[in-house]
Ligand binder design. Structure first.
Ligand SMILES: C[S@@+](CC[C@H](N)C(=O)[O-])C[C@H]1O[C@@H](n2cnc3c(N)ncnc32)[C@H](O)[C@@H]1O
Length: 229
């Protein structure tokens, strides 16, 4: 089995919640627009859905979904205790189960109406790791359910990949508040992110068996995919 990412190899534990919240929104091109699409996509969920979120961070995505479906049975997984502490605070008024674990290794809850993961799966080291995780996600979803997958991606075409990478890093330069933040972001995005082509990931989701796989939103290296089982 391929070596997978370890929590202490990422730098999420260095961020206290307020700093992280500010920085993730600034650093990810289209973070807000992507979430507006998620707001719309979750409108089709049942009133009391069963939802699993992988890589919850401080709960920014979860909070938006829970505003729309406050009675959801919601399980969140993250392997950073620092990030989970932020999510616990943010989501305290909802019925959320917090799991500290590596979602590529632990058993996932079954029969979900929705699995959601935003800006996290790109940390899976290899294509095989990502595919294996997609399969496990597929298996954990009800026949009528869906997967909302927002992430940083690259593209098959080399020019397209280079252009979007340039725009992504330009966005980091334009939006960092100071030199230290830029240094940290640049290191994270260059060395800790393992991007796979969007087209390949769409193909993998179709091959696994998702019936309808649609790229709902794109900005530079940020993409949102909706996969219906
Ligand atoms: C960038 S945050 C995204 C959170 C939120 N969706 C947002 O947009 O703000 C990604 C999270 O995924 C977590 N993560 C990455 N790989 C993981 C893994 N294999 N198992 C559990 N959590 C993981 C990190 O600890 C981090 O908290």
């Amino acid at each position: 089995m391929a070596t997978n990412v370890k929590p202490d190899e990422l730098n999420y534990d260095h961020y206290e919640t307020k700093k992280y919240d500010d920085q993730i929104v600034r650093s990810i091109p289209g973070h807000e627009e992507l979430h507006k699409h998620i707001d719309q996509l979750v409108e089709s969920l049942p009133e009391e859905p069963k939802i699993l979120e992988l890589g919850v961070g401080t709960g920014l995505t979860a909070e938006r979904i829970l505003r729309k479906r406050p009675n959801a049975e919601y399980v969140v997984v993250d392997f950073s205790e620092q990030m989970l502490a932020g999510a616990r605070g943010r989501l305290s008024k909802y019925d959320v189960k917090f799991v500290n674990g590596d979602y590529s290794k632990i058993g996932l809850p079954e029969d979900n109406d929705l699995v959601v993961s935003v800006i996290s799966i790109h940390h899976q080291e290899t294509d095989e790791d990502k595919k294996r995780l997609f399969q496990r996600i597929y298996d954990s979803i009800k026949d009528t359910g869906a997967f909302i997958f927002g992430d940083l991606v690259t593209y098959r075409n080399e020019e397209e990949a280079a252009l979007n990478e340039a725009r992504h890093f330009h966005h980091l330069v334009e939006n960092a508040q100071d030199e230290d933040s830029l240094r940290e972001w640049a290191h994270h995005h260059k060395h800790l992110n393992k991007l796979a082509p969007l087209e390949d990931q769409v193909d993998w989701l179709r091959e696994i068996g998702f019936r309808d796989v649609e790229v709902v939103y794109r900005r530079f290296n940020t993409a949102l995919v909706y996969a219906q089982k």
